[in-house]
Design a protein around this ligand. Structure first.
Ligand code: LMR
Length: 398
């Protein structure tokens, strides 16, 4: 019956979690694999704003009816305000179709299914490299996926001219998947001037920008990280935006994300919203209620909202400190090498430049886990392990 079914090789990121959990070297092991924020004590935080919101939600206990296919109204409003700004014109005009989704992955899936259905000739282009699941999700939705030049290992920057030249060769309605901030896996972002040029090309060539923002608040700040999204809207582009509250609310397992599609008119936005709901209905019907309620409660209460922003910035600042410390210790150990990229890259990730054999050595000899492409989740570092990690890295780099 299942003879023809081929084995699943496992996920290069999520698979690391199992390997890490099964590693008996409990006293030294360090998890720098999956993109999850850990505190200075190495714990997964429950944010204070979330604790307060959950207290309110639980008292009195609420009945658990089905949510609407597109999620709670307050959740959708929160997504729109964070992405496009409070009182944004596009929001007031009703030109944004937003749905709550099962995390950022769910938003990408619903968006990819929608594009495959309504733009059947579209191909999707992702940065080289990108988060591996981008490719899987778009291919899984039936789109052909290609790569545009992005990361330049020689300069630890962006191959910007090559990227622009490549985008100029694409066809109308091809999808360009972009990371507005905290590029995953490299931590290397476009500058505001570069965004301006890229979005002009996208507009000229009538491409579809699809912006995936999973780390809002971890780069510059809430508004600064949404710069590219707001610029796309300003330029009159019909942009798709997938967002996630997994990291910035530390609600990973609740699967809290959103998909917003900006349309030229309110009428078109309404039609798009209807089709997004239908897409949701035929995959999973409606989103789960708990995460929707938490986000709704935190984001629509000024005090909790401000508390939340402060908590995100604390996480952001701790990551920056760890970047600095790692850079300092490595520079001391290997002064002939330039490690300044650690503090130039932004967000949770650093593309370390380590090769796969070096990453495997780190895991086997030192119990330090990171993704085989050399991506380190800096948010797994703390004062107790950063020197050990730096010394071990210096060892494999020698
Ligand atoms: C990551 O890139 O590590 C995170 O986004 C988690 C995931 O699902 O891969």
């Amino acid at each position: 019956m299942f003879e023809h079914v081929t084995p699943y090789a496992g996920d290069p990121i999520l698979g690391l979690m199992d390997k890490f959990a099964g590693d008996p070297r409990g006293d030294i092991k360090v998890n720098l694999g999956v993109g999850v924020y850990y505190t200075e004590d190495g714990k997964l935080p429950v944010l204070e704003c979330v604790k307060t919101a959950e207290g309110r939600i639980a008292n009195p206990p609420r009945p658990r009816g089905y949510l609407p296919m597109d999620g709670l109204a307050g959740y959708k409003k929160a997504c729109q305000e964070l992405l496009f700004g409070k009182d944004s014109q596009v929001g007031k005009d009703g030109r944004v179709a937003t749905i709550a989704t099962l995390g950022g992955s769910g938003a990408l899936k619903v968006g990819a299914d929608f594009i495959h259905e309504w733009f059947p000739n579209a191909k999707c282009y992702v940065s080289d490299p990108t988060w591996g699941n981008h490719i899987s999700i778009f291919e899984g939705a039936g789109l052909e996926v290609g790569k545009y030049p992005y990361y330049d290992g020689a300069t630890i920057g962006v191959k910007f001219d090559e990227m622009c030249a490549f985008l100029n060769t694409l066809n109308e309605n091809d999808v360009v998947l972009l990371h507005p901030c905290c590029h995953n896996p490299t931590g290397v972002d476009l500058s505001n001037e570069q965004w301006d040029s890229v979005l002009d090309i996208i507009k000229d060539k009538k491409l579809i920008p699809f912006m995936d923002i999973a780390y809002q608040g971890f780069g510059d700040d809430m508004d600064g990280d949404a710069y590219a999204i707001r610029l796309a809207v300003e330029k009159g582009l019909s942009v798709f935006v997938s967002n996630s509250f997994s990291k910035n609310l530390s609600l990973y397992g609740e699967r809290v994300g959103g998909l917003s599609v900006v349309a030229p008119t309110k009428e078109e936005a309404d039609v798009v919203l209807g089709q997004l709901k239908f897409t949701v209905r035929r995959i999973y019907s409606s989103p789960p209620s708990h995460g929707n309620a938490v986000v709704d409660t935190v984001m629509n209460d000024d005090e909790l909202f401000n508390q939340w922003v402060g908590e995100v910035y604390e996480m952001r600042d701790r990551i920056r400190q760890m970047r600095q410390k790692l850079q300092d210790v490595l520079t001391e150990k290997l002064p002939e090498r330039d490690f300044s990229y650690f503090t130039k890259q932004r967000g949770m990730f650093s593309f370390t430049g380590l090769t796969a054999p070096q990453v495997i050595r780190l895991r086997d000899e030192f119990a330090i886990y990171m993704v085989e492409n050399g991506r380190m989740c800096v948010a797994g570092l703390n004062n107790a392990n950063v020197e050990y990690v730096a010394n071990s890295m210096a060892e494999v780099l020698k």
